[in-house]
Design a protein around this ligand. Sequence first.
Ligand code: C2E
Ligand code: MG
Ligand code: MG
Ligand code: MG
Length: 280
Amino acid sequence: ATIKKVKERGGSAISILTSGDHERLNRKSLIEKRLVHALDRRNLRLLYQPQVNLKTGKVEGVEALVRWEDSEIGVVTPDELIPIAEESGSIHEIGMYVLETVCAQMKEWKAKGIDINVSINSSIREFRDKDMAKVFLQQLQLNECDASSLTIEITEKFALEAEAEQSIIKQMKQLHQAGISFSLDDFGTGYASFRYMLMLPISSLKIDRDIIQTITKQEKMQKMIKGMIQFGKSLDFQVTAEGVETNDQLELLKAMDCDIIQGYISGRPMEAQELEKWLK
Ligand code: C2E
Ligand code: MG
Ligand code: MG
Ligand code: MG
């Protein structure tokens, strides 16, 4: 923060916070407070975005994405919400909300004959809870959900930190042994370490949207994406391209032998019912 002098009631005080900082802090504490309230009332929603196999055209699964619109604050995007929840600790409750909702949804879909893999996003802080894996598996059992239909997406940053924390690797392995898959999200955004990719039970890579967006714009980036896909596949990872929006991007990714795409071109995040129609 820039240091600036603030005149207060004629006297002079030194504040290390700018008015912009104050606004941010106010908004942050308001979000924290309203989030607790929203979680109590389960006032969040999940949308589901399809993941489509490029070779078969089949829907491989969906990613569950949290949505929150507060009556006082309005829409708070996940990009703003999740870091605040990670810091305040509410991420545990968000994680449980997502898991419970997804399990109930999978149960409902199964009854309707829809057998689909669901991916959820997890933060490292959730894995620092010693009972995490146990609670997770109990929740699946309660809803008679198949662990092999669930994928947990973790970020590169998560993977990098997990490498140094045996207890987190233990939780991951426990979930993996029960049948849950792990996917490395936002791949290529800056924390890549090849060692942890082999050490953690990860089976797929999701190339970050910002990287995919460059595919038609920069020749070097195009080559890099091609290399990332080849690299992933040669190590038997399933490779997903995130944020595919245009036909040009799609064609290039097809030519590069990418396995799966997830993006507006094939389907936006949708309500569960909307997705059911979309699947038909
Ligand atoms: P992510 O896991 O990488 O999810 C993909 C994001 O890209 C989603 O943003 C999705 O709506 C967006 N997206 C997908 N296709 C396209 C496209 O073609 N174009 C554009 N412009 N965007 C596209 P969203 O839903 O805003 O979520 C942002 C991030 O917040 C997620 O990134 C994830 O890291 C985090 N997040 C979302 N839901 C949860 C959750 O339940 N728990 C946790 N821990 N994190 C979550
Ligand atoms: Mg994700
Ligand atoms: Mg991602
Ligand atoms: Mg992202």
